[in-house]
Design a protein around this ligand. Sequence first.
Ligand code: PGA
Length: 224
Amino acid sequence: MAVKKAIAAKPDALLCLGSGDTPLGVFDILVKWHESGEIDFSKVHFVGLDEWLGMDEQDEGSCFYTMYQKLFIPLGLPATQIHCFDAKSTDADGECAKIDKLIAANAGLDFILLGIGSNGHLAMNEPGTLADALCHVSQLAESTILTGQKYFNKSTPLDKGITLGLKHIIEAKQIILMANGPQKAEIIKKTLDLESTSTIPSTFLKRAQNVSIMVDKAAAALLA
Ligand code: PGA
């Protein structure tokens, strides 16, 4: 698996693994490999991809809740190896600057695993975001607000997010985008077929150096 290779090549790699439903199976495998000693996470650093503004890892259904429950806690990672936005902070700009600085100090992310929104968002870089965006607070698209309800056990008002920028994503040394299910088929086709455009942020992946797209049969259904 690519994550394993990235860590073998650079034991203190700076990784970013997206939350959402898509990568959950990957987290299970990583935890198994940690338990069996196949991967040594003792020097790896993780950056949080994105979070709903106003939530943190204590809020069930939030992005970082999932990351902590499914990955960081099972891996036994100390806080010093986890770098997440504090999306409850009153200084969102300061939180963005903190993560921008961390990524710059590493000369970019070594590896990023992403899902994709049905509108082509990557992390919470919604349609309209420019390719050179750094970390920022984003206004969530209507479809993101609606789809986002699936993570919560009660109706939850969502409005803004705090997110890594498209620039961090595009400049990552290795990118894997995963998509599962028929609801992703149309956006996968558009991502591959269309020229880069800010109306579909995922099309900016064409500018990346090292990107792989992994889809299940349903998400690949519209590809020739
Ligand atoms: P999902 O979310 O993995 O839950 O489909 C992906 C995304 O919206 O980026």
